[in-house]
Design a protein around this ligand. Structure first.
Ligand SMILES: NC(=O)c1ccc[n+]([C@@H]2O[C@H](COP(=O)([O-])OP(=O)(O)OC[C@H]3O[C@@H](n4cnc5c(N)ncnc54)[C@H](OP(=O)(O)O)[C@@H]3O)[C@@H](O)[C@H]2O)c1
Length: 329
């Protein structure tokens, strides 16, 4: 007879809109969603009752003090990620923290230190990375299918029509690059597989000085270049294209892949689809935290990886503000 492992017990900090995508994965496949916290106890209670979550707390601190909780999911506004991920680590909780994990490299280094000191897993919630789609794209980009890899191009845009959204507030780390541009930057870096060396960029700034649209160019070693676009002011679109000397790969749903997803391969002589099957979106990142916590292995999205992404994003923003080429250290 085999023992069934105890459920891995989660708490959520904040009644965020994105929770609707996570409450299922956090309560299935051997996980238990044990508690939710809100700045308002009434909001936490209402949400807990509606979702069948056993415990509700009126502050994030109270949830972190609950000894029955193994891990927390942090879907707070961008500028609050580092502070609460660090507090969760101090409370000995493993952490799945939403993107962007930090608004500067120093924040990621703080979390690296906290993860080491308190012996917990901290990982950034780039859910798309847990679908084998991106690993397959990376393989096809380097195995000669499209010749020599020359570049990557990608976009993530949508119309943000909620004036009170923290994404529009510079105090909360607003801006399209931080919110959705982080995806094409992450995808391009993952496919190229090298740390960028320099960036150039331009943006359309709002009166409150967040970027409403962002256009970035990232230079990698070996003359590989990525072009990334993000926007809060053009209709929804996500796409990534990988360009080689003898063909291209087109990925139409790079950041929210379906369970069965396709990559379009175009060469001068033929166009065909490569099919990739993966877990339900969001389940992979939740399972990864538990497996890392229990086995001691590194999570798929390591803090070193997040540091490279954040460094690239901060360099792009500096490039757009100054109009200069910015080299990465
Ligand atoms: N991976 C994905 O597919 C995906 C999709 C969308 C968003 N996201 C990310 O998820 C995170 C949350 O995004 P969201 O759109 O779900 O956020 P949201 O609906 O605005 O929720 C954020 C929550 O943060 C809490 N909060 C604490 N202090 C706050 C303050 N001063 N102002 C506003 N809210 C405050 C609030 O919860 P309480 O009032 O209950 O405490 C609020 O509900 C962001 O990092 C975003 O980039 C990821």
């Amino acid at each position: 007879m085999t023992d069934t492992p105890a459920p891995f017990r989660w708490g959520i900090l904040g009644v965020a809109r994105i929770n609707r995508a996570l409450v299922g994965p956090l309560a299935s496949n051997g996980h238990q969603l044990l508690a939710i916290a809100s700045r308002s106890l009434a909001r936490a209670r209402t949400y807990a009752d509606a979702q069948g979550i056993p415990r509700a707390y009126g502050s994030y601190e109270e949830l972190l003090a609950d000894p029955d909780i193994d891990a927390v999911y942090i879907p707070l506004p961008h500028s609050m990620h580092v502070e609460w991920a660090e507090k969760a680590a101090e409370a000995k909780k493993h952490v799945l923290v939403e993107k962007p994990i930090s608004l500067d490299g120093a924040g990621v280094r703080t979390l690296q230190s906290a993860a080491r000191t308190h012996d917990v897993v901290i990982t950034e919630a780039f859910m798309y990375r847990h679908h084998p789609l991106v690993a397959k794209v990376r393989e096809l980009a380097h195995d000669g299918t499209i010749g020599r890899l020359q570049g990557v191009r990608g976009t993530f845009s949508f119309v943000l029509d909620r004036p009170a959204d923290t994404r529009l507030d510079p105090e909360f780390g607003g801006g399209s690059l931080w919110d959705v541009g982080c995806y094409p930057v992450s995808f391009a870096r993952t496919v190229v597989g090298q740390r960028p060396v320099a960036v150039q960029a331009a943006a359309n700034w709002s009166p409150g000085t967040i970027d409403l649209s962002f256009f970035g160019q990232i230079q990698f070693p070996d003359d590989i270049v990525a072009h990334v676009h993000s926007s809060f002011e053009s209709p929804f679109k996500t796409e990534m294209e990988v360009i080689g000397s003898e063909g291209r790969l087109l990925i139409k749903r790079p950041f929210k892949p379906e369970t069965v997803e396709t990559i379009e391969v175009m060469t001068p002589t033929e166009t065909y689809l490569v099919t990739v099957e993966g877990p339900a979106l969001y389940q992979g990142e939740v399972d990864d935290v538990r497996e890392s916590a229990r086995s001691g292995r590194a999570p798929l999205v390591t803090l070193d990886d997040s540091l490279d992404n954040v460094d690239t994003l901060t360099a792009l923003l500096k490039g757009a503000r100054t109009g200069n080429t910015v080299e990465l250290p």
